[in-house]
Design a protein around this ligand. Structure first.
Ligand code: FES
Length: 481
């Protein structure tokens, strides 16, 4: 599946103009665009990605400015918004516009020449693993567990998350290092963070997690990642829809709980499909939410293998069922935003149907599960078999030859001993980003790179296969030139 970033020029100009109204709190005569702190604006999949560089790493105004960017974007309907902090290259006064320099001069200050600041703390933090202790393991269904990690005080801010984001867990099984992403399944709670893991047939990590992970164990856990989700605003009044099937409910639970808890006048409708009530994850948690918000939460549960009195609630979530619900129970045109997560076919049908029912595309937010090993990618790997790729890391070049088993350049390099960065292997997190210096590659999926990054030659190595000979990829590359 090809899913590359696109830019809508009118929206991008509008966003630049909106961000150009945010003053810098330390130099209020200048805005963040005057200062050159806004690096890029791009539409990425279902959301918007803002590249942002503070004037120096650790600047105390950064959190305030990020909040302002989120506020301005949200108030103007550009959601979800994801802000990528870039500290490399670091901000310098050279980035200020001539007009901004003049206003600064009139303000009584002068921009110092090129004050380079080089601490890249934010970039380091974005892909850092920490060893967290398992505080609790709770069964959800026969196949699924919720794993809660204790978050020490020193790491509270590192594990702050936007509802809808995921954690990457890492472990070694046998001789192999495995990493998997799991959605955070509860709203924020002091000192802890929880994910849900559903065991899948043949899933090594998920079965290990369900059977072997116990209270008191320590696990390597990456800080929260992901563009999907919603950051509720206390002063917002919204009407939201979640459509989930199976374990697709996991990120929804965090979104619904946080939204209803934060936005006192907002409403949520959740359409949740399962085979049966026995296989339904978070049955009790949803019932508790319904008890807490009886008038603001509408819960519509569908079962495909359980006999019910109501034909309406029998069956899978698909286009036909959503159309039926729109005729009888739910007015889809009332929703401000919709969040969709589940199997690919369900998500595609839900998206098509919601568009047909009048919801604008920018209000639809989809979270796709990682799909390593899809038939498309396996077919591509056969074509790439035997190709040699040069992988540059830490200034050293390594020749990597692809075999029929390698689904990506990353896979081939890891198999041949390279220690490359990665997390999700699903095109979501961009941890595996590298730059193509020579030749061409094709990517199966991209949910994370911005348009300007693609234009600069960056690719996701977990999704990339060579399509020309003599490809060189560089994991050290940082700049956009
Ligand atoms: S490892 Fe996450 S996008 Fe490649």
């Amino acid at each position: 599946m090809q899913h590359l970033a696109t830019i809508a020029p009118a929206d991008v100009r509008q966003i630049w103009a909106l961000l150009g109204q945010i003053p810098d709190p330390e130099v209020p005569v200048l805005t963040i665009t005057d200062l050159g702190m806004v690096r890029s604006v791009a539409q990425q999949g279902e959301g918007w990605v803002i590249g942002f560089t503070p004037t120096y790493s650790g600047c105390p105004a950064t959190e305030h400015l990020l909040g302002e960017i989120r506020r301005v974007m949200t108030e103007n309907g550009y959601t979800p918004v994801h802000i990528v902090l870039r500290l490399d290259p670091p901000w310098t006064t050279d980035w200020m516009s001539p007009d901004a320099r003049e206003r600064l001069r009139q303000y009584g200050a002068t921009a110092a020449a090129n004050p380079l600041i080089t601490l890249n703390v934010f970039e380091v933090a974005m892909t850092t693993f920490h060893s967290l202790t398992v505080a609790k393991v709770e069964p959800e269904t026969r196949d699924a567990v919720t794993i809660t990690f204790a978050v020490p005080d020193a790491l509270q801010s590192a594990y702050a998350f936007r509802p809808g984001q995921h954690l990457t867990l890492k472990t070694r099984l046998g001789n192999e290092e495995l990493r998997r992403c799991y959605s955070i399944c509860r709203g924020a709670r002091p000192g802890e963070i929880s994910v849900a893991v559903k065991a899948i047939d043949g899933g090594r990590f998920s079965n290990y997690a369900r059977q072997e992970i116990k209270q008191g164990m320590a696990l390597e856990v990456m800080v929260p990642q992901g563009l999907f989700g919603y950051q509720p605003q206390a002063d917002r009044r919204g009407n939201y829809l979640a459509i989930a099937a199976g374990s697709g409910i996991t990120p929804m639970l965090a979104i619904v709980e946080t939204t209803l808890g934060t936005e006192a006048d907002s409403q949520f409708t959740v359409i949740y499909g399962n085979r049966s009530s026995q296989s339904m994850m978070f049955r009790q948690a949803l019932a508790d939410l319904k008890d807490r918000y009886p008038t603001r939460l509408q819960l519509v549960c569908l079962f495909s293998q359980e006999t019910l009195d109501s034909d309406l609630l029998y069956g899978r979530i698909n286009g036909e069922k959503l159309q039926e619900l729109s005729r009888t129970l739910i007015n889809f045109s009332q929703f401000d935003e919709a969040f969709i997560c589940g199997p690919a076919a369900m998500m595609d049908e839900a998206e098509t149907t919601l568009l047909a029912l009048g919801m604008p595309k920018k209000t639809l937010h989809l979270e796709r599960f990682n799909t390593p090993g899809s038939s498309v990618r396996r077919a591509a790997s056969v074509q790439a078999q035997g190709q040699t790729v040069t992988v540059r890391q830490d200034g050293r070049d390594r020749q990597v030859t692809l075999t029929a088993d390698d689904e990506s350049i990353l896979d081939a390099a890891l198999r041949q001993g390279a220690d490359l960065p990665y997390a999700c292997k699903g095109g979501v997190c961009a941890t595996c980003k590298c730059k193509v210096l020579r030749g061409n590659v094709s990517m199966a999926t991209n949910y994370s790179l911005e348009a300007d990054e693609l234009a600069a030659g960056y690719v996701l190595s977990c999704q990339a296969l060579p399509i020309t000979p003599d490809v060189i990829v560089d994991f050290d590359a940082k700049g956009m030139a």
